[in-house]
Design a protein around this ligand. Structure first.
Ligand SMILES: Cc1cc2nc3c(=O)[nH]c(=O)nc-3n(C[C@H](O)[C@H](O)[C@H](O)COP(=O)(O)OP(=O)(O)OC[C@H]3O[C@@H](n4cnc5c(N)ncnc54)[C@H](O)[C@@H]3O)c2cc1C
Length: 379
């Protein structure tokens, strides 16, 4: 027998969770399916923490989405009595003093109403002496921004959606024929609309359409232990720190829940299979060398934990939010490209709006705009 819904959402990562959440709130009957479970270790959303920042240089749409999403994250965490899932650590960006992007970035932040302060090099050194620079920098600090405890945040969104009537199944969905979706276990669910939010798995489900257009890459994350009693690398002394000027794209997160000081590089790693890829990090020497240079007090810090996750990159870094060209009622939603987590709430709202018929897909999110050649423009 087949079960019937208004909408079936495939994938309970941050994109699918928030999409199901908003669709459920809009009064539709919704089924949410996940092959490995919400916030699982293989999913892109399944990490300990993700940065919620507003700074997108001059890409104003993402600053606006981020700001709207931050409000929704905080509201939801308060509603479900889990305010600790957002940690207001502040986010510090330290561009080179002559970075040509800074003026435009600050104008964008201002136009969007983001709270921020700018710091000169001497102020930076005074407030954050644990960071060492080899060239002149300025600081841009977003005091209201911070990070989400990602895996648990996604699970909280799913739990809330379930409380509001969404049916959740741990099932692996196959591609739909536009009428029903079959699962690997043989279940059949029918619906009027299907939304595939399968993150890095999207090209596996729709290989002809998406292979090469969404490219999963291997990304390593390191947690380093600080000295006994040392609070300099934990909030509030240390905010999230981003360095877009470093060609590796280094960023750090303060020690949260005593897990250690987190360091990662945003530069894309090699191609990666989210099902079968080995998740043992190998770049610890490079990470330690970076620490010695930028955070000298941690030069000999022990590695206390590491993780391997994957980005699911589109050519430009813009999300994919569009109809399947073969079916008007099938939506493809993904391409978080290493920065999607923070936008989950706004993305879910946007997809719900599209399904309700309000407005057209922004050109930058369209399938047509997704090439097969990497030309990263969004960070
Ligand atoms: C190391 C790292 C650091 C990052 N840092 C940040 C950050 O600081 N800030 C930020 O905003 N973003 C960050 N990101 C990006 C962000 O985490 C991702 O863009 C986002 O989590 C993508 O969510 P998703 O829902 O599209 O995919 P996923 O979270 O991967 O969810 C897809 C889900 O689909 C399920 N699925 C797959 N196939 C099927 C199927 N056939 N049937 C049913 N279910 C299926 C999977 O089990 C999975 O749960 C980072 C990513 C990584 C890897």
């Amino acid at each position: 027998m087949s079960e019937s819904y208004d909408v079936i959402v495939v994938g309970a990562g941050v994109f699918g969770a928030w999409t199901a959440h908003h669709l459920g709130r809009s009064g539709r009957s919704v089924a949410l399916l996940d092959a490995y479970g919400a916030g699982n270790s293989r999913s892109s959303s399944g990490g300990e923490s993700r940065v919620l920042r507003m700074n997108y240089r001059e890409q104003e749409i993402y600053t606006r989405w981020s700001l709207n999403s931050l409000r929704q994250w905080i509201e939801l965490f308060e509603q479900v009595n889990r305010p600790e899932l957002f940690q207001k650590t502040g986010v510090l960006w330290t561009p080179a003093a002559d970075d040509p992007n800074t003026a435009g970035t600050l104008q964008t932040l201002e136009r969007c109403g983001v709270v921020f302060e700018t710091l000169s090099q001497p102020e930076l050194t005074r407030r954050f002496p644990q960071i060492r620079y080899t060239s002149e920098r300025v600081g841009v600090l977003e005091p209201e921004s911070g990070l989400a405890l990602a895996r648990r945040a996604v699970q909280a969104v799913v739990a809330d959606a379930i409380r509001n009537g969404v049916d959740y199944f741990r099932e692996a969905a196959l591609a739909t024929d536009g009428r029903e979706v079959r699962t690997q276990s043989g279940r059949a669910l029918t619906a009027s609309i299907f939304v595939y939010c399968a993150g890095p798995w999207l090209p596996k489900i729709f290989p002809e359409l998406l292979e090469g257009r969404i490219r999963p890459t291997r990304q390593e994350i390191f947690f380093f232990g600080t000295d006994p009693g040392d609070r300099r690398f934990a909030s509030p002394e240390m905010p999230v720190w981003l360095d877009f000027t470093d060609e590796r794209g280094a960023y750090t997160l303060p020690d949260i829940e005593n897990r250690g000081f987190k360091l990662a590089f945003d530069r894309h790693g090699p191609a990666f299979d989210p099902d079968t890829g080995d998740r043992l990090a190998s770049g610890v020497d490079a990470a330690r060398a970076f620490l010695a240079e930028r955070f000298p007090a941690l030069a000999n810090a022990p590695l206390v934990e590491s993780r391997v996750c994957q980005y699911e990159n589109t050519s430009s870094g813009d999300f994919l939010i569009d109809r399947h060209p073969g079916f008007d009622n099938v939506w493809l939603v993904g391409g978080g490209s290493g920065h999607g987590f923070k936008h989950g709430p706004m993305l879910g709202e946007y997809v719900t709006g599209l399904i309700e018929g309000s407005g057209n897909v922004e050109e930058r999110f369209s399938l047509a705009s997704k090439g097969r050649e990497a030309k990263r423009a969004v960070y």
